[in-house]
Design a protein. Sequence first.
Length: 252
Amino acid sequence: MDRRSSCPTGRQTHDFLFQGMLTCSYCGCAVVAEIKKGKYVYYHCTGNRGKCPGKYAREELIDQQFAQSLGQIRIDDDVMKWIVTVMKQSTAEGRKQKEGQLKVLTKTKQLQEDRLEKMYLDKLDGTISEDEYKRLSNKFREELTDIKFRMEECRQEKGESIDSAARLLELAQKASSLYLGQVPGEKRELLNYVYSNSTFGSGELKANFRKPFDMLAESNCEYQRKKATSLAKNDLFDIWRPRDDSNVRPLP
């Protein structure tokens, strides 16, 4: 359950930029906004769990910190090209392997179908009994169903997942600059896609990346740090090799 659910925010009549996106880093209550002097937007903890040390902060401060945070997922151009190339090569190798598997499965499927046809003829000729025919035909049909399922898996195209990953990398690379030029509604959409359960308190934003942006930010941080030590390119690129849990969400 979202911890904000235990801290009612009260009714807000304005569609504030960061409304519903932040909780207090001190007490976990919702961070809400209000207008001061008729034009300045300030954010603060609701204080629904008692007195909170968190202070009021201008919307512009949070805005700046989100823009800076988005810079953590901006990868170098050569890195992006390398990642996309590796993904395409991996897909091509996987496709070739599946084509080989499909050929084997196609032959096996034909063999099973020939067996079923022969058994049916043997039953008509009285070579095998009705009970024996039912037993064997059920067995072969189950095997045939499994073969067809595996054939369908081999036929599934993985190109769409590569395209999604490439678009996600492009978004990550441009996110910070895009954000600076967006209107509030567009900023909210981008932030909700990239972040979840971020906290704020006393002027400090702790932006929490969603998957796979969290791994992207982590790898990029390691890459930039090691890049400064002038390691060989191959050693640096190894940082970006896929991980088992690097699932890519579809872009909205």
